[in-house]
Each structure stands twice: as C-alpha cells, then as structure tokens.
Design a protein around this ligand. Sequence first.
Ligand SMILES: [Zn+2]
Ligand SMILES: [Zn+2]
Length: 342
Amino acid sequence: MASARAVPEVREVADPVVPAGGVVVRVQATGLCRSDWHGWAGHDPDIVFPHVPGHELAGVIEAVGPGVRRWAVGDRVTVPFVCGCGRCQWCAQGDAQVCPDQQQPGFTHNGSFAELVALHAADTNLVAIPEGVDVTAAAALGCRFATAYRGLVGRARVQRDEWVAVIGAGGVGLSAVMIAKALGARVIAVDRNPRALVLARDLGADHTVAADGVDVARAVADLAGGGSHVSVDAVGSEQTAADAILSLRRRGRHVQIGLLPAVEGLPRLPMARVLGWELDILGSHGMAAVDYPGMLALIGSGALSPQRLIERTIGLTEAAAALPTFDRADVAGMTMIDPART
Ligand SMILES: [Zn+2]
Ligand SMILES: [Zn+2]
C-alpha cells in the first residue's frame, strides 16, 4: 500500500531483515481481517506508508536472529498479532497482549501479505503449531479466533448454561459463537447478513437475530429470558457496542472486541445502564502466546475447529483487490490468503 486508501498492489519489495531476538518466517497462510481494512483506510497511526499489511499468519522459520534460544530454522510456527517486547513487567507476567512496547506485524512493521515476514522477540511470542493442526487453521488463530477465545474465557469467564449474545457474525463473531458453545453456553448471534446467520446456526448458535430494522437489544433480551449474561461487540461501532451492552441482564459482562478507532470519535455508550445495573465493560486485545496451550488443547481434542470458519483461500492479487471493500464485503466466515498462489 503506497498510502492510505491507495489501491493496493502486489510487487517486489526488499526481504525483511532478521531482527536480534527475532525470526523471519516464510508465510504459508495469512488471514484477511477487518483490522487490515482499518489500516488501509488510514485509521491506524502506527502504520508508515508504503506498507505491507497482514497480521494473522503461520509458516516455517526461514532465519533466526542472534539471541533466540527456543526456535530453529524449519520450525512450524504461528504468532499472536500483538507481539510483546519480552522485557517489560507486562510480558514477564504473561500479559504480552498489552505490552507498552508491542510490535504488530502488518501495523508497526511490514506484515504477512508477503512471502517473508519478520517477527520480534521470538522466545516470547512464537507458538509451535502442533502436529495435526494445518497451517491455514493455525493462521486463523492469530487475531480473531484467539481474541474471541480470550474475550470469553480469560475476560468474561463464561460459565456453562449462561447466555452469550454475539453482535456481528464475521470472523471474530463466528469464532465467539463456536467457543461459547464449546464452553457450554447458550448463544444468540446477531448480524445483518443472512448468510452469516446461517453459518452461526451451523456452528451451534441457539438463536439468530437479523439486525435490520429491529430493536436488537430488546430481541436478544427477550430470547435470553430478560437479558444475556455476556455480550460481545464483534463489529466495533457505537451502535453495535450499545446494542450489546443494552442486551445484558443486571450484573452482565460486556466484551468489546471490535475496534473503535479514534478517528471515528469517542463512542457514546449507555453508561447510565452500566452504572444502574452494575455491568462490567471488558476490553479484549488478542491473547499472549503463553495462553495458547489451553486453546490448542481444545483444537487438538476437536472441541474447537477453527478450520470450519474458513470460507475461502485466495492469492495476493485477489487479496489486494478485496482489501479496499472488505468493510462491506459479503463474506460469511474467514478469508485466508496463500502468498505462494498468484
Ligand atoms: Zn513487553
Ligand atoms: Zn485481525
């Protein structure tokens, strides 16, 4: 991308240099995510143009920098989209997802819509891909799936039989539906796209609500017998965040996963309800590599199947064409990119 909102093009760029403490990975699969669209649209102040997007990736280590202890050339790896510095107090306590010196491939430096990508602080951030998990499914974990997992498990602490309302059934929303069902919760999925709601049903959603022209909060609250225990805004807008919060029952927990970029202004949220009903508002910003084993164990056991969320795999040229309209694309499920494909 030459500049914000410029037509993205596929072309030769210099190979990334392997950083001290980091690695260069040969990308075998990478996801196209709404955050990439935000980056293209100029919503991310970290991005310096010209720029290579891409932050959900998996592949094989091509080169290892000085100081890396745990990794070798040829290892199959994936990585959270937030890479911690590996040196600060937050990284030391296992919270690399909020590291103040974080690196994000595809935002703070060139990303994975490429054959090669540099990753920093490899010993803190890399995750080995277990046998039996294919590289495309592993790439799908890095942002949307892991964020949904941490949002529901680590932040909202969803309990069996609780109601979970998921506003937005795109990649992160459908991940949340699958994960909430695996946790034994009852799920209501909300979206404007009927195809997305069909997928949500296939993944086990107990109810779906078509968001067009209805009072979403009221519809969800009625289905959940007076309000949901947990709500997720998987879109990121003033409207969807408010709908999610207002669909909760008293003492409910809201998880904000969809991005609310500063350029769109501060969202107005129903804080009187938050106060009066003692609602919890929780942010979720990816998941540190140290928290991956629990999620990978559920994938290994078959309880979670991220590969079911993948709708299609495309090449870089097609991805470049898709990126500018991705915010309004008629997609149901995840779009993955194979950089080896032209
Ligand atoms: Zn750190
Ligand atoms: Zn993403």
